[in-house]
Design a protein around this ligand. Structure first.
Ligand code: KIV
Ligand code: ZN
Length: 522
């Protein structure tokens, strides 16, 4: 058992996080997030669930082949064929881990698995042994651990260790645990299960306790925390990495100096990237990375902070990369300066991706005097896509309206070289533009969410539109950026439609796949 003072940060944004309703990242987006996680300094990236779909398999494989630094992990059920597929996806990684799991709670075994406890135990033993034939880094999880009979769960954990598991993860799958109780369970596992293994937390947030439970787990001896950026994940989500990391770093007095290898100054940027690519906004008052996390409204607080920052701030904003935006480029900047600035910001774009990003940069810079680092980040995120171009590109959107005029919009789209044009009316110009896009693409559905934020402050800020468009019960996020709100909305709307088309064309419908945390599965 490990007693080190380093906590392994196991990031599952691309696996459990990607299981959030309505998130569907393509390969290019997953790669971009994985590269950023490596820059952030995570120890392990759970890159996906390779057997879930061809798209998942290919994304995990691409990450394993190109991302250097962290261990690349694939999730697998206990079926031997699943483990084979998982290994096929991760085998080219610098260091590869197989994470296999099976439920041990009565409710899951009886209703979902329809297996006896003895069968579950055998499955776990066989799966871990098979995984060990591929790699010496094998993690085992008894799913729904916090509702499992403790003695039985320990029997399963013991066979997992005896067959070669090196990490034992204790998932609070349904977010049922309470900190003291979860910590006691982990301590008891450490006492009862013999062998050399790292004990890990994996907590869901159904009761808003995921971070508290994870930290209680660390206090009880866990030396791996499974978490996601912004706390995204199945249902109410997983433990938020940024909160776990900053709690350990801010309270060494309580946690005995136990720390992580995370480069915290990359947290804010990672949070923005994940938010933008997943279409999941970060709540304003979110700890550590919310836009109000370091904002002081009351006069007394402002006065205190101006006199001495630590009066009301327990974290220095710059320590998590939340310093003010800097002005970086304007319309006279050339391609070289553009590529160079992006590189300094950690984005190494080449070929088509660089060309597209530069074209968009020029369009925006022509309309806005100067672009900040936050603007550039948003722009790059918008241009990161799969190697396959999306089906529809926005060529132009023109609209007019006003108090006494019916709002009307005309859009022109490019569809594989063919120009599609449509004109529509609406209650407002945004609605008119979206209706015109529906007509031009022939895709109809329901706009379920819509929000506009500004990337930075000020009237000349870029508008960042996030929305959700539902077609046949599948809701897809879309995100768009422009100096103009109607154009940003049109871009976001088309982005959602393109994602829907991609899912239809590739048949990579992850909504049809059994997700490990759900009661369907195995
Ligand atoms: O929540 C859960 O139980 C999981 C397991 C697959 C670890 O995500
Ligand atoms: Zn989970």
């Amino acid at each position: 058992m490990s007693n080190s003072d380093q906590v392994i940060i196991f990031d599952t944004t691309l696996r459990d996080g990607e299981q959030s309703p309505g998130i569907s990242l393509d390969q290019g987006e997953k790669l971009e997030i994985a590269e950023q996680l490596a820059r952030l300094g995570v120890d392990v990236i759970e890159a996906g669930f390779p057997v879930a779909s061809q798209g998942d398999f290919e994304a995990v494989q691409a990450i394993a082949r190109s991302v250097r630094g962290p261990v690349i992990c694939g999730l697998s059920r206990t079926a031997l064929a699943d483990i084979d597929r998982c290994w096929e996806a991760i085998q080219d990684a610098e260091r590869a881990r197989i994470h296999t799991f099976i439920a041990t709670s009565e409710i899951h075994m009886r209703n979902k698995l329809r297996m006896t406890p003895e069968q579950v135990k055998q499955e776990a033993a066989r799966a871990v042994a098979h995984a060990r034939s591929y790699t010496d880094d094998v993690e085992f999880s008894p799913e729904d651990a916090s509702r499992s009979d403790f003695d039985f769960m320990c029997e399963v954990l013991q066979v997992a260790v005896d067959n070669g598991a090196t990490t034992l993860n204790i998932p609070d799958t349904v977010g049922y645990g309470i900190p003291e109780e979860y910590a006691a369970r982990l301590r008891a596992v450490r006492e009862k299960v013999s062998g050399d293994y790292v004990i890990s937390t994996h907590c869901h947030d159904d009761l808003g306790l995921a971070v508290a439970n994870s930290l209680a787990g660390v206090h009880a001896g866990a030396r791996q925390v499974e978490c996601t950026i912004n706390g995204i994940g199945e249902r109410a989500g997983n433990a938020a990495m940024e909160e776990v990391v900053m709690a350990l770093r801010t309270r060494p007095d309580y946690f005995g100096g136990v720390d992580t290898r995370i480069r915290a100054e990359e947290l804010a940027r990672t949070s923005r990237l994940v938010s933008r690519l997943t279409g999941y906004p970060v709540q304003y008052n979110k700890a550590v990375v919310g836009r109000n996390a370091f904002a002081h409204e009351s006069g007394i607080h402002q006065d205190g902070v101006l006199k001495e920052r630590t009066t009301y701030e327990i974290i220095d904003p710059s320590a998590v990369g939340a310093g003010g935006s800097q002005i970086v480029l304007g319309k006279h900047s050339g391609r070289h300066a553009f590529a160079d600035t992006l590189k300094k910001m950690g984005y190494d774009l080449h070929g088509d991706a660089l060309n597209q990003a530069f074209t968009r940069f020029k369009e925006l810079a022509d309309r806005k005097v100067q672009l900040t680092d936050a603007d550039l980040e948003a722009l790059v995120a918008e241009e990161i896509g799969d190697t396959v171009r999306y089906a529809f590109q926005l060529v132009s959107v023109d609209c007019h309206g006003g108090t006494n005029t019916t709002p009307t919009a005309t859009v022109v789209l490019d569809h594989g070289g063919e120009k599609l044009e449509a004109t529509a009316h609406g209650d407002g110009m945004v609605e008119a533009a979206c209706t015109a896009i529906k007509q031009a693409t022939g895709i109809s559905g329901r706009l379920t969410d819509y929000s506009v934020t500004s990337v930075t402050g000020g009237v000349d800020a870029l508008a960042d539109v996030a929305l959700r468009f539902e077609v046949d019960g599948v809701a897809m996020p879309g995100r768009g950026l422009s100096t103009d709100v109607v154009e940003a909305s049109a871009r976001a709307f088309l982005n959602a439609i393109n994602r829907i088309v991609r899912v239809r064309d590739t048949g990579d419908d992850r909504t049809a796949v059994d997700r490990p945390g759900s009661l369907r599965g195995v």
